[in-house]
Design a protein around this ligand. Sequence first.
Ligand code: SF4
Length: 436
Amino acid sequence: MKKNIPDSGKNNLITAVVADKEGKIIELEGYAAVGMAGSSFVPLSTGNTIDMPYGGEFMFLPDRSPVVFNLKTNRPETLKENPYSPGEPVFPVAAFNSPGYVISLVSAYREKEAARQLPLFSYGALGWHEGGFRTAVILVDREKRQDLRRMPREKITAGIRAMKKKLPHNRLLDHIENCALKYGCPAAKNFFLRRYEAPLPTSKSCNAACMGCISLQTDSGIRNSQERISFTPSPEEIAEIALEHIRKVKRSVVSFGQGCEGDPLLAAHVIEPAIKLIRSETGSGTINMNTNGSLPEIMERLFDAGLDSIRISMNSVRKECYDAYFRPKGYVFSDIIKSIDRALERKIFVSINYLNCPGFTDSPEEVDALVAFIKERPVNFIQWRNLNFDPLRYWKVMSGVTAMSAPVGISEMLSMIRKEFPDLKHGYFNPPKEKF
Ligand code: SF4
């Protein structure tokens, strides 16, 4: 283990938490909690954590041993068993944090032999202090768009009933109902609650094979967390849903490219006429597309039809790192760059859906590349999203294609980027055009 644990300064170290084999979380007095980022281990303190935000979930990490900091020996330790109850195994715990918060450190652990890959979540570092959990996250978006406290099930089901009366034959509506009730998708819930951003899933296929694709996994041994949409809605079905939302909701956003589909560019044959239909009825509302941005010519047709904004998903702006994660099948990295350039030329609002994994994202090599990229291509917005993927496996893949020096820290990286690019906006959600 690298012992590059810095002094936590004036901040109080917070107490380590682990899980027993039943998943019960135990506080370990005498040990401080530790987070990790690449090969760096960092003790958690009141300075680099905040009270765990509402809506976060606790994750139990099987096949792994927690790394904690022994306050007596002043050394990090990998725990094989409960130090207060020898023979009893202990496991790491992590926080899957709420939307709007980006993780700055991952829960620290070591894999046991033959450890299975972790499922598709992010694993934020967690500890205990003065009667509550704290986690290593940074707030990047204050909007309460996906706050679960504001999504009571009875209001969602009432919204579904009302919408079904209005659009009784719309198959896309049935699909979004399933997303809201079965998968708990916050975007789908917001559609029935008549606010913010409505999802418009359309595409059954994709031309990438992302390591962490949540709608299709074929060779990883892990499960995708959502099922892909199994049909292609018609332009009329799409426009009906979009118009319902736009007509009712102030500063509305409707978005192609959801977690339950492939890439919407592969369904442009229905999306292009759908956008034209929407725009023939109203100029209001923001029509957005979340996409891998891989088909610049098709993208231009959609701009012509009336698409207002795009959000391009990237784990890195460097080809070798991008390719290692996205594993493009039907395009090359420079196609994405073309799409971004054409959008900027056309004054289309461009966000990067930047998939953050501490240790890689805040490595000096990555930060330098991002800064150079934004200098050349002044995108409008960065959505800081937590990469939902096993962090150790991700670092291994990335260090196979690039150097990964000791990270500067997510907080430091954000400050540098804010200072260097004062006009660049940061957040978590797609903004309506009133905020462009
Ligand atoms: S681009 Fe999206 S849909 Fe396509 S493989 Fe990646 S995550 Fe899945």
